[in-house]
Design a protein around this ligand. Structure first.
Ligand code: T3D
Length: 264
């Protein structure tokens, strides 16, 4: 029997989702897309799941689209890559951004093409020191997709974003950290422990407030300051009526640890 394209490890408060096509650096096939979508559905439906950790098996994180899993274009029959993007990549990126819990990405090796941008869509990106990030698209005559031209200029500024996409040269995890593309890089041997420690911490966090923080950041990409101030007020009003805030403040005043309810 062949290996599943995605492995799922359900921990008490979080899911580890591992892209699992190591011989192809976890390049994405339609089958992998479907398995990943199912894994995200299942994690969201489970109210005990308070964060998600995405990583890759083997020496790569994800080499983007599996270039052998698409009908090769011919002069008579050019490709319609829009179908693939509408059907799979765009729903995936929208999904990760909209999930009501933090998504941590542990980049264990090269993240190329859509693989790099799937990582950037996650809320916290932590990479192994030996990992690298490559906007590979221009190397094969394509344009960045999966949100690359949205995330990159916002994270690292337009000068660096343009050069990364136009030159299609890789940058190391250390440079990615220095430029603010990712949260941090750690020694390879520490990646799993560090990423899981973040998820363990989210297992005790006020998950509803974290979900609202995601909503606020999503809106800040296009809001004016006035609109964002109004949104923050509305979110604060809503979250302030909940039990986690009540317990958070009470615990602070009583000098004890809060017991946040998560998504229950
Ligand atoms: O359908 C569409 O195209 C539209 C959607 C686009 C979204 C995209 O993601 S476009 C970008 C697609 N990705 C790429 O162009 C990256 C292609 N891969 C590479 O450039 C290199 O593999 C890397 C720079 C990522 C890593 O290089 P290296 O030297 O560390 O490894 P390698 O030897 O090239 O790769 C190892 C194996 O994985 C190799 O197979 P082999 O020779 O051992 O049998 C290689 O062919 C395979 N592999 C790597 N990337 C892909 C792949 N197979 C299929 N698709 C891949 N993307």
């Amino acid at each position: 029997m062949s290996e599943p394209p995605v492995l799922i490890d359900a921990r008490p408060t979080y899911r580890i989702i591992t892209l699992n096509r190591p011989s192809r650096l976890n390049a994405v096939t339609i089958e992998l897309h479907r398995a990943l979508a199912d894994a995200l559905d299942e994690a969201e439906a489970d109210k005990t799941c308070r964060s998600i950790l995405i990583t890759g098996s083997g020496r790569g994180f994800c080499a983007g689209q599996d270039l052998s899993d698409i009908d090769p274009p011919t002069a008579d029959k050019p490709a319609d890559l829009g179908l693939l993007i509408d059907g799979h990549y765009n729903p995936l990126i929208r999904r990760v951004r909209a999930l009501p819990m933090p998504v941590v990405c542990a980049v264990n090796g090269i993240a190329a093409g859509a693989g790099a941008n799937i990582a950037l869509a996650c809320d916290i990106v932590i990479a192994a020191r030996s990992a690298s990030f490559l906007q590979a698209f221009a190397k094969i005559g394509l344009v960045p997709d999966s949100g690359g031209t949205f995330f990159l200029p916002r994270l690292i500024g337009e000068a660096r974003a343009r050069a990364l996409c136009l030159l299609a040269e890789p940058i190391s995890a250390e440079t990615a950290t220095d430029w603010g593309l990712i949260w941090k890089c750690v020694d390879d041997a520490e990646l799993t422990n560090e990423a899981q420690a973040i998820c363990e911490r989210f297992g005790e966090a006020p998950t509803r407030s974290l979900a609202m923080i995601k909503r606020a950041f999503a809106a800040s990409a296009y809001n004016t300051l006035d609109a964002q101030l109004d949104l923050e007020r509305d979110l604060q009003r809503e979250i302030g009526r909940g039990s986690d805030y009540l317990d958070g403040v009470t615990a602070f005043l009583e000098k004890r640890k809060p017991a946040y309810k998560g998504r229950a």
